[in-house]
Design a protein around this ligand. Structure first.
Ligand code: F6P
Length: 321
């Protein structure tokens, strides 16, 4: 291969810029020409493809968001859209792609490979951490640290006013942001979509531990069937004596400077993706498992795992006395 292109797709995640930088520089290091595609798959369809050089990725490793911009492309979901994308790739003689994103990104990439036989390697870029084939996705560490920072601040108010706060965090179908941030902020309960909510048990626990605490934090994953608003209402109904407030953290969780962990993860996976393409790999996501780079076929990587580590959920309960 001589020419490769990199794009970011789906929701932005802190560390995507570090990933772009790594792909561009590892490509150049290996004698390749590297292009950047703007606005995810939309840019492939519309021909928004620009040459990148070492300087074009200077001073971005510390920045959140993505300099290439991102989108959830409707056109690329159609065969006509993908055909246009392929024609644009052919015009520039691009031989292979690196796509940074989540399950939607890899689903699109799989279709594209099947129909047009183009080598693609993926990098896991999503704050949700909901991909198989990697212990952590790029952006997750930064997002959970943002949540921890916000909840620590909320705790100050909760404690000062003897309040109970329901805090809704992101995670479309996944409770992993909720679970880790819940443990590290000492949350009294964590509600996640993977586990059915047992309100009775939660209410009993809140009551039992009443004498030990002035404040209470209940973290709810947005993907939980009920969401923060419903949970806050139910608690108000059952515990009229608690002063309940709801805080929905929202997109603050997607922005900001990536943590060191996310920068290193993105840098390692960017280099691995380029080396993987050169070695003839395609249709796989580069991930990090137990500290080692591993490649997982897209179809396996997008399989959302419902098997939440039970030790983590147990820890919330044990420590919320
Ligand atoms: O997948 C990342 C994520 O932030 C989810 O946690 C959330 O459900 C979704 O994206 C929100 O997407 P959008 O920014 O398009 O509303």
């Amino acid at each position: 291969i001589k020419n490769i292109a990199v794009l970011t797709s789906g929701g932005d995640a802190p560390g995507m810029n570090a990933g772009i930088r790594a792909v561009v520089r590892a490509g150049i290091y290996n004698g390749l020409n590297v292009f950047g595609v703007k606005r995810g798959y939309d840019g492939l369809v519309n021909g928004e493809i620009v040459p990148m050089d070492a300087k074009s990725v200077a001073n971005i490793i510390q920045r959140g968001g993505t300099i290439l911009k991102t989108a959830r492309s409707d056109e690329f979901r159609t065969y006509e859209g993908r055909k246009k994308a392929f024609e644009n790739i052919q015009k520039l003689e691009i031989d292979a792609l690196v796509v940074i994103g989540g399950d939607g990104t890899f689903t699109g990439a799989s279709k594209f490979i099947e129909e047009f036989d183009i080598p693609i390697i993926g990098m896991p870029g999503t704050i949700d951490n909901d991909l198989a084939g990697t212990d952590f996705t790029i952006g997750y560490d930064t997002a959970i640290n943002t949540v921890v920072d916000a909840v620590d601040k909320i705790r100050d108010t909760a404690e000062s006013h003897d309040r109970l706060f329901v805090v809704e965090v992101m995670g479309r179908d996944s409770g992993l942001i909720a679970l880790r941030s819940g443990i590290s902020t000492g949350a009294e309960a964590v509600l996640i979509p993977e586990i059915k909510v047992d309100y009775d048990a939660i209410m009993k626990r809140l009551d039992k531990t009443r004498k030990n605490k002035a404040s209470r934090i209940i973290i709810v994953a947005e993907g939980d069937k009920e969401g923060g608003i419903v949970v806050a209402d139910k608690i108000k109904e059952n515990f009229p004596h608690y002063d309940v407030r709801l805080s929905i953290l929202g997109h603050i969780q997607r922005g900001g400077r990536p943590t060191c962990m996310d920068r290193v993860l993105a840098s390692r996976l960017g280099v691995a993706s380029v080396e993987g393409l050169i070695a003839g790999r395609r249709g796989e996501m580069a991930g990090l498992i137990c500290g080692e780079v591993q490649f997982t076929p897209f179809k396996k990587a997008i399989k959302h795992l419902d098997d939440i580590n039970e030790n983590l959920t147990r820890i919330v309960e044990i420590l919320s006395l």
